[in-house]
Design a protein around this ligand. Structure first.
Ligand code: MF3
Ligand code: CO
Length: 247
């Protein structure tokens, strides 16, 4: 796990703060009728005006500034002029900001107008998965204690955990070791070290855990077509506890 200098941590934290502000800005722009491309353009402008760079843009050829995934799309949705948000949808927005060479990463699932109770519960449980996870994230313990807590909470609510996509270390790169799964056994994974920065990102499906990759090579959707939600924060792990930097 990474172990950045205090000066580097200042830059990661700043990247995280822009990410947090961009997520909050994005939430306010979501109305029925807006396209995901319009939303992408607004968030991109906000990030740049805040002094950051939208790091998904051009990452392995990704065409958007941020990832925007509607309903049964789990993650990595390409913003599009032809995807119009409708009342009752849920929309997951995943934002990575680069600031002076360092990264912050966060995601939220937002309601579009009024949504059904079952979609609202999925959003709430996915968020709570993250908090159940960090309750079990401790220096000197296995990372799997957190991963298994996330899985347990999701499954106890009748949902399933996506296996193909996981959280990650973050700092000088968008993706660094270790993998941070949202499933597994308490004995899995590395021992958690002091001063590490990781992105924890439960992706929780209302139905079955299996996913497909769309033909565009990016969008990941549930095979059963049921909704999925995403909640991600970048956190700094210390002996004294967990600081959530994108919240
Ligand atoms: N936030 C995503 C992650 O945690 C990154 C998406 S990269 C993109 O891995 F290229 F799809 F934008
Ligand atoms: Co991430």
């Amino acid at each position: 796990m990474n172990n950045l200098s205090p000066a580097e941590l200042v830059l990661v934290k700043k990247a995280c703060e822009i990410t947090r502000d961009a997520l909050n800005f994005c939430e306010k722009q979501i109305v029925p009728g807006i396209t995901t491309k319009q939303l992408d353009n607004l968030v991109e402008k906000f990030i740049i005006e805040s002094g950051g760079f939208p790091a998904c843009k051009g990452y392995e050829g990704f065409p958007g500034a941020v990832c925007i995934s509607v309903n049964e799309m789990v993650v990595h949705g390409i913003p599009s002029d032809s995807i119009v948000l409708q009342e009752g949808d849920i929309v997951s927005v995943d934002i990575v900001v680069k600031y002076k060479g360092y990264y912050g990463d966060g995601a939220r699932t937002f309601p579009v107008g009024k949504i059904s109770e079952d979609k609202a519960k999925l959003i709430e449980v996915t968020k709570q998965c993250f908090f159940e996870g960090i309750e079990n994230l401790k220096v000197g313990h296995r990372l799997g204690e957190m991963s298994s807590a996330i899985q347990k909470y999701a499954e106890s609510n009748g949902y399933s955990v996506v296996r193909e996509l996981v959280g990650h270390g973050i700092g000088k790169n968008m993706h660094e070791p270790p993998n941070v799964p949202n499933y597994g056994k308490v004995t899995d994974g590395p021992i958690v070290t002091d001063n590490a920065v990781i992105a924890i990102e439960p992706m929780i499906n209302m139905g079955r855990k299996e996913v497909w990759l769309l033909e565009d090579g990016w969008g990941v959707v549930t095979r059963d077509g049921k909704c999925s939600a995403h909640y991600e924060n970048t956190v700094h792990i210390t002996k004294d506890g967990i600081e959530i930097w994108t919240l």
